[in-house]
Ligand binder design. Structure first.
Ligand code: ADP
Ligand code: ADP
Length: 229
């Protein structure tokens, strides 16, 4: 369960300017595919189409064999967890931010999600810039740490499919190895589509798709791509 399939997808925002020019790929259930490529290649457009923010001009997008054109956006949001590059935190503790939308979850479940995303040590802190009790200062989180709050929230929701737009700012506070360990745990058992910026993610993915000007320029495993130059 959780197979994502693009079949010859064409798309343009404006008629004269094609953005995706026949994109086909499959993410098998539980696997991780990394999409890389220059800025403007069409990477984020792929995730927007997957949520039906836009419809393909031609071609099909299938989840478990079903054309998403026949699936309500609200249903898609339950099946697919999106972790955006920029996460805005609410004016409450990190724990509250993780639990958001899952008010039935037990405290232990929330803590476990935070642990998997490696933000459990922040759980009772307030983010910087919000009202804090007298004499206490909010915690300044890096872009990568904020993104891990969003990852923890998504883990708690438990969708079978995860779309992750990697924060380019994630490198500031954690080593590649620590990030990699967190991601390995998070993606376990989930179909994962990553718009990848970090080398460690690209190396660890089951398949890498190189998108250029709306076409798949290359695809393969990282060793395969290295061998082909
Ligand atoms: P990437 O994620 O690879 O950087 P995007 O998928 O965000 O690229 O964008 C692909 C192209 O589509 C870019 O040239 C971008 O300027 C254009 N684009 C993105 N969103 C819109 C929009 N809403 N209207 C018109 N053009 C857009
Ligand atoms: P497999 O399908 O082989 O069990 P996974 O799907 O668990 O592998 O993940 C493979 C690799 O993809 C991970 O080692 C990691 O490098 C990368 N990856 C997985 N999920 C993510 C994610 N959410 N963000 C970034 N990279 C990820």
């Amino acid at each position: 369960e959780g197979v994502v399939r693009f079949e010859d997808v064409h798309f343009s925002y404006i008629p004269e300017r094609p953005i995706l020019k026949g994109v086909s790929f499959e993410v098998p259930a539980g696997h991780t595919v990394a999409i890389v490529g220059p800025s403007g290649a069409g990477k984020s457009t792929i995730s927007r189409l997957l949520f039906r923010f836009y419809e393909p001009a031609s071609g099909r997008i299938l989840i478990d064999g079903q054309n998403i054109a026949d699936v309500q956006q609200s249903t898609l949001r339950k099946v697919i967890g999106m972790v955006p590059q920029d996460t805005v935190l609410f004016n409450d503790t990190i724990g509250y931010n993780v639990q958001y939308g899952r008010w039935d979850a037990a405290a232990e479940e929330v803590r476990e999600a935070a642990r998997l995303a490696q933000i459990d040590r922040f759980i009772s802190h307030l983010p910087e810039g919000y009202d804090t009790p007298v004499g206490e200062r909010g915690l300044k989180l890096s872009g990568g740490e904020k993104q891990r709050v969003a990852i923890a929230r998504t883990i708690l929701k438990g969708p079978p499919i995860l779309v992750l737009d990697e924060a380019t700012s994630a490198l500031d506070s954690f080593t590649e190895k620590e990030i990699q360990d967190a991601l390995d745990r998070v993606s376990q058992g989930r179909t994962t589509l990553v718009i990848a910026h970090r080398l460690s993610t690209i190396i660890g993915a089951d398949e890498i798709i190189v998108l250029d000007h709306g076409r798949i320029a290359e695809r393969g495993t990282h060793t395969g791509l290295l061998a082909s130059g």
